[in-house]
Design a protein around this ligand. Structure first.
Ligand code: A2H
Length: 256
């Protein structure tokens, strides 16, 4: 039996404006200069969908680390992911993840970030507590057009913003068509959520089925309908978009 390595694309989402609690913590840190560039680092398997990013998910119960990449550049991710990154040449000293601060997911909610390639340019951090500490970087880009999980969570948060203690204006409602498929049209996630009668993020079994279907259908039958690769099959566009994000310095490869 072989060892399976999952290769993610880690996106660099620059912080544009911190939430009030995060601002207070970052300002109080003597290790972070005032002019520092700080990046949230979500990990994705679907770079070709990043045109449709509308939010960034964190888990309120995960404690994230802030890691020093250079004098004025810092990454936010789980300590687990940063340890892996330390062996992949991301930090100056091989094998060391220099943590300068910790911050709870709940304190990050409401932070405004730049979303590379997104039609939205800047998007807000919102909660998704099913985000696992043990996978990727613990941060997830929300693409409600193509991910049933992201769509179901976005709907839930819009319906119950006060319950979740968030400003409804933080939730982006514009679902842009990114990929067209013969069977499910150009926004596969809402289509599947409707077809499989998914009512909330708690409908785990149906969501798992929707996720599988969306992933396979998008990859094998999808055609791009947004961005510079519009008209191209997803199977080809995927690598092109990935390469573009790497070349522009907006992303790096992360394996675990
Ligand atoms: B994907 P795999 Cl449009 N916890 O990105 C929960 N989910 C996580 C995660 C974590 N810690 N880290 C990453 N993920 C999500 C885009 C996307 C994704 C679309 C459609 C499907 C899809 C936008 N969200 O994933 O278990 C991330 O969401 C379905 C497979 O390692 C990442 O890619 O296979 C994917 O799960 C990685 O899942």
């Amino acid at each position: 039996e072989g060892v399976l390595v999952q290769e993610y694309l880690a996106l660099k989402c620059k912080v544009v404006r911190w939430s009030a609690p995060a601002q207070e913590l970052v300002s109080a840190s003597t290790s972070i200069p005032g002019n520092a560039e700080m990046f949230m680092i979500p990990a994705t398997l679907r770079p070709e969908t990043m045109y449709g990013q509308t939010n960034l998910f964190v888990s309120q119960t995960i404690t994230y680390g802030v890691f020093k990449v250079s004098k004025s550049v810092f990454y936010v991710a789980t300590s687990r992911a940063a340890r892996n990154m330390a062996f992949q040449g991301i930090f100056p000293e091989w094998g060391t993840a220099p943590k300068v601060m910790e911050i709870k997911g709940s304190d990050l909610i409401g932070t405004l970030i730049r979303a590379p390639l997104s039609a939205k340019e800047t998007v807000y951090i919102i909660p998704m507590d099913t985000t696992k500490e043990t996978k990727g970087t613990g941060l997830v880009t929300s693409v409600p057009s193509d991910s049933p999980d992201d769509y179901a969570m976005t709907q839930e948060l819009s319906k119950k913003a006060p319950f979740y203690g968030i400003d409804p204006d933080w939730i982006c409602q514009d679902i842009l068509p990114i990929i067209d498929t013969p069977e499910y049209g150009n926004t596969i996630a809402p289509a599947l959520v409707k077809t499989l009668k998914i009512n909330s993020p708690k409908d785990e079994r149906q969501l798992a089925e929707a996720k599988e279907l969306a992933y396979k259908t998008g990859f094998y039958q999808g055609t791009m309908v947004f961005g510079p690769f519009a008209g191209m099959p997803v199977q080809e566009a995927k690598n092109q978009v990935r390469q573009q994000l790497l070349d522009s310095g907006d992303a790096f490869v992360y394996c675990e």
